[in-house]
Design a protein around this ligand. Sequence first.
Ligand code: THU
Length: 134
Amino acid sequence: MSNPFPAIDWDRLTAAARAAREKAYAPYSNFKVGAALLTREGEVFVGCNVENRSFGLCVCAERTAVGNAVSAGFREYRALVVATQASPPAPPCGMCRETLQEFAPDLVLRLVNENGEVRERQLADLFPEPFAGP
Ligand code: THU
């Protein structure tokens, strides 16, 4: 029987996040972000930030990745890599933490940058008290 929880292939996820970051549309901030989300089933979905000249419309890489995964029918996630140029590597913003928590309260994250810096986090630590719903 196949292991339902195989080890997380962080190298694969990191490569996917870095490749997605290359696709970022960030002409206003020049801060490119790539995200790669691993589903429970082992699929990988990526996202990049998509900015707009109306700045409030900018969408983060993490929520683009969630949207891509949900659109393909995948709603349970194990791991996320976020790739930025920040040092130390940047964690997801508050809005993305709330979005991720909806689908993956036990999510584990790796935050990486182009200098090879890596930080590991758990969503439960980054976002301990989500909105409980109406
Ligand atoms: N951004 C993300 O993609 N993810 C985050 O968690 C925080 C910020 C994007 C939004 C904007 O395009 C740029 O980074 C600068 O804030």
